[in-house]
Design a protein around this ligand. Structure first.
Ligand SMILES: [Zn+2]
Length: 174
């Protein structure tokens, strides 16, 4: 199999006295997302899409919210762990597309920095697309009670050319 696809979804409640972190970027706002880790809803949806494409279950199986190790964890680190796993399986991210659903604040000005931060995990920046939408005032997200994110990830077999450059991350034979 040289192409796989995965889908991810996540949502978190907005509460006072929490930092708002989306795609690894801290965004100034009077509320933040509640969760065991940094509650980065976008990174979680992306990680779940990647885990889905790898056929490895879901994010909770790999980083359980009952494990104190992941309390306040930087979700970019968790994503990086799964990118490493993909490389080990001889797969790379061919494309990543994600949508953040948030009524407030405006997310668009932070998208470039999010892509930069997400690419620090080894996902090429020019293969990441992020979209931001509001819920047009409808439902709990429209009322600003929380945020949600969706992501789709395509994995491809790492080409021989790239293997050459990956050096020590050379994928193991399956
Ligand atoms: Zn989450």
């Amino acid at each position: 199999m040289n192409c796989r696809i995965g889908h991810g979804y996540d949502s978190h409640r907005l509460v006072k006295d929490r930092k708002l972190v989306l795609g690894g970027v801290e965004i100034p706002f009077d509320k933040g997302l509640m969760g065991h880790s940094d509650a980065d809803v976008l990174s979680h949806a992306i990680t779940d899409a990647l885990i889905g494409a790898l056929g490895l279950g879901d994010i909770g199986m790999h980083f359980p919210d009952t494990d104190p190790a992941w309390k306040g964890a930087d979700s970019i680190y968790l994503l990086g762990k799964m990118v490493e796993k993909a490389t080990g399986m001889g797969l790379e991210i061919g494309w990543l597309d994600a949508t953040v659903l948030a009524e407030k604040p405006r997310i668009a000005p932070y998208i470039d920095r999010m892509k930069e931060r997400l690419s620090s995990t080894g996902i090429p920046q020019d293969r990441i697309n992020i979209k931001a939408k509001t819920a047009e005032g409808m439902g709990p997200i429209g009322r600003g009670e929380g945020m949600a994110a969706y992501a789709v990830c395509m994995l491809e077999a790492i080409s021989l050319n790239q293997l050459h450059f990956l050096g020590k991350n050379h994928p193991k034979k399956q």
